[in-house]
Design a protein around this ligand. Structure first.
Ligand SMILES: [Zn+2]
Length: 59
């Protein structure tokens, strides 16, 4: 199998990682209750997703 010839130095490894960035989560407002929620996730406050109830939140 293909194999690296040399160890990548800490410097090179860390330089590569300078491009890694933390990404802010995409937030949107729930069309059912208006709370801020994560996109493509059921709303944690009302349990709705795509106009349907996925779960009934506790309390
Ligand atoms: Zn909601």
């Amino acid at each position: 199998m293909a194999h690296p010839k040399r160890k990548i130095s800490k410097s090179r490894r860390d330089k590569r990682r300078t491009h890694y960035k933390a990404i802010a989560p995409t937030l949107s407002y729930c069309p059912n209750c208006g709370e801020l929620k994560l996109s493509h996730r059921a709303c944690p406050s009302c349990g709705y997703y795509a106009g349907k109830s996925m779960f009934v939140p506790e309390s």
